[in-house]
Design a protein around this ligand. Structure first.
Ligand code: SAH
Ligand code: SF4
Length: 346
């Protein structure tokens, strides 16, 4: 029998379980707070529960932990990169970044990834499994308890495609923003997707105030299909139509991620075509020099190319920033640390 994953329950579900166990109803709230606010990883730590209850609960339920397998602290900024080991031995990554407004944790949503983007290290060893909502929460709990700070912002931009693990991600979003738990508001959460259009529409129907980030990386189907296989399923135009709908219904600005890869997607023509396609949309473009991954031949664009590309977007009134890449000395790009760990390099 698979273990009952207690940290993935909503408070109302936990209340029902506690009632079925003939326990006093206030126990549900106590347990929920230990799990979600304090982020404890064992029932033994729930010191306001009677000892017998703690041991009967640990026989029934499991708290899905993330143990710190490796931790790298950037010498350039305060960025911390974690390699976490899950209960079944699988490894995932999370990155803690320190900004003026607080701490942001970038979390993983899957072990590996199915999407196979050519420039990315996350899918190199294929897809292994989805993360549970509790495993997404545990990444925050372990990072918070490790460096004794409050994480105020979360980005779903680590390993995996969040919309390919839709149900667990939605459950996570509801749990993490719950005022009885970590209470991280939807406005402080960003979800990044490679563009699963049907799922973007599903997300729209949830009417959440989170920031949607779309990994665009190319202005047309010809280039995008070469580097992102998902584009063969959903074209650039279909994706942009879904994005437009999102901004109209939520009145929230959409973020487009654009990794600048030398000679692939960084020409003046690409910048002009991108400007034409995004004109009039409530959006922002993040230009990022591609992180070089040793497994492929892609190289990042030069600083001059980035400048030129961004100036064309600006001239066309498109909001653009060249993103500083935090923690570049510690393999902070998704999937890189796990992949190097496997090869015995770190
Ligand atoms: N699967 C989701 C979220 C995780 S990837 C997505 O693709 O959006 C997080 C971000 O890192 C995405 O924008 C992705 O395109 C980008 N990324 C992946 N590998 C990269 C690399 N080598 N250089 C720059 N950005 C990269
Ligand atoms: Fe998966 Fe995102 Fe990496 Fe593409 S960029 S392989 S969708 S994690």
């Amino acid at each position: 029998m698979s273990p009952v994953d207690v940290k993935s329950f909503y408070l109302t579900e936990l209340e029902t379980i506690i009632w079925e166990l003939s326990l006093p109803s206030f126990r549900a709230k106590q347990i929920y707070e230990w799990l979600h606010i304090r982020g404890v990883m064992s029932f033994d730590e729930m010191t306001n529960l009677p000892k017998e209850l703690r041991s009967s609960l640990s026989a029934k339920f499991k708290i899905f932990d993330c143990e710190i397998e490796k931790k790298l602290v950037s010498s350039v900024d305060d960025t911390v990169k974690y390699l976490f080991r899950l209960h079944d031995g699988e490894l995932i990554e999370a990155v803690l970044m320190h900004y003026k407004y607080g701490y942001t944790l970038c979390i993983s949503t899957q072990v590996g990834c199915k999407m196979g983007c050519a420039f990315c290290a996350s899918g190199l060893n294929g897809f292994v499994r989805n993360l549970t909502a509790s495993e997404m929460l545990s990444q925050i709990h372990v990072a918070q308890n490790d460096i004794k700070v409050r994480v105020s912002h979360v980005v779903l931009m680590g390993m995996g495609e969040p919309l390919d693990n839709y149900d667990n991600v939605l459950r996570f979003l509801k749990l993490v923003s719950n005022s009885d738990g970590l209470n991280i508001g939807m406005r402080n959460i960003s979800l990044s997707t490679s563009g699963l259009v049907d799922r973007i529409y599903d997300l729209l129907s949830e009417n959440l105030q989170l920031t949607l980030s779309v990994s665009l990386h190319a202005p047309n189907d010809e280039i995008r299909s070469k580097i992102m296989p998902v584009n063969k399923r959903y074209s650039v135009n279909e994706l942009l139509a879904a994005c437009k709908k999102y901004t109209q219904l939520t009145s929230r600005r959409i973020s487009f991620e654009y990794a600048m890869i030398s000679g692939v997607n960084d020409s003046d023509e690409c910048a002009t075509e991108l400007s034409n396609k995004l004109k009039g949309m409530l959006c922002h473009v993040n230009l990022i020099p591609a992180n070089e991954v040793s497994e492929n031949t892609f190289r990042k664009s030069s600083a001059e190319r980035l400048k030129r590309f961004s100036s064309i977007l600006k001239k066309n009134s498109i909001n653009v920033t060249v993103r500083r890449s935090l923690g570049y000395d510690i393999n902070a790009s998704c999937g890189q640390l796990r992949s190097r760990h496997w090869k015995g390099e770190v």
